[in-house]
Write a protein of this length. Structure first.
Length: 293
């Protein structure tokens, strides 16, 4: 039995990429994972991966994968997702807010006014979608007086990365996770944010191949990269930690939390923290933050 056997998770945006890796890592530990995303058929996206494929791989890992087609920009679809979770499972232990509307020109080095206004979609699916999912999850978690909400963020929360809208979104995600923690604390539900560095997703591998110059930059140097399952391993450890409330409200560098728990990547590699190169999180756990929170 894994350390998450009997636990129920929702991982948003898990057709591929970081979300898929997290879903698989949670399933490795026995969790039932609701895998959400818009890709149902192989031709739904230029990159490979569907919710069904991820769910099937969760089953193969020893957990249970449940594929649910969800556009996280559609409130009705999100409401239906959480109603289904509550109806089928009667509980929810982990919410991973990972869904993000990444534009194709995200890494193109152009100023914000030379990119389309449609890039604002990152706010809709990346910030507002986090709030909407957390809103529904809280209605399940608070009555049971347990649960963990994790927002996937990055060093971009404090240092320029790719563009103005991207930075705005991730800064907002960190602050929202922190303030939610204050309101969730009386109900014994934890909320925190994790900073990912370069992750070898399908998109990242494609971009690194197309633009070899990216490999020379601190942000996208393959030497510091990790697999998509690495953050999932960390989230599994957090979810199984009986002292998780001590971390609630904090923004954490995934690599540093991994070191706390003795976690390595799937190939045994220790992933380095880029705190010195890229910056430090702003928000400490509310238990450490003093009277002003």
């Amino acid at each position: 039995m894994g350390q998450l056997t009997g636990k129920v998770a929702v991982v948003t945006g898990a057709s591929r990429g970081i979300g898929k890796g997290i879903a698989l890592a949670l399933a490795d530990q026995g969790a039932t994972v609701y895998v959400t995303g818009r890709s149902v058929r192989p031709d739904d996206h230029a990159l490979p991966g569907t919710v069904g494929e991820t769910a099937a791989q969760c089953d193969a890992r020893g957990g249970r994968g449940i594929a649910v087609a969800v556009d996280h920009g559609d409130d009705a679809q999100v409401a239906a997702l959480f109603a289904r979770v509550a109806g089928e499972q009667g509980r929810l232990d982990i919410l991973v807010n990972n869904a993000f509307a990444l534009p194709e020109d995200l890494t193109t080095p152009l100023p914000f006014w030379e990119k389309p206004l449609s890039n604002w979609e990152m706010v809709d699916v990346g910030v507002r979608s986090n709030f909407t999912a957390a809103w529904h999850a809280a209605k399940i978690m608070t009555p049971q007086r347990s649960g963990l909400m994790v927002a996937i963020s990055g060093y971009v929360g404090v240092t320029y990365t790719y563009g103005a809208v991207f930075g705005t979104c991730k800064s907002a995600v960190d602050r929202m996770a922190r303030d939610m923690a204050i309101e969730l604390e009386p109900h014994n539900v934890a909320s925190l944010s994790l900073w990912q560095g370069l992750t070898f997703t399908e998109r990242a591998n494609r971009n690194l191949t197309a633009d070899p110059a990216m490999k020379t930059r601190t942000v996208t140097n393959p030497l510091i990269g990790c697999s998509p399952e690495f953050p999932g391993r960390v989230i599994a450890a957090l979810a199984a930690d009986p002292a998780i409330m001590a971390r609630s409200g904090g923004t954490f560098i995934t690599a540093e939390v991994a070191q706390d728990y003795g976690i390595t990547d799937i190939d045994g590699k220790t992933i380095p923290s880029l705190r010195a190169e890229r910056g430090s999180p702003i928000w400490r756990p509310i238990a450490e933050a003093g009277h002003g929170r």
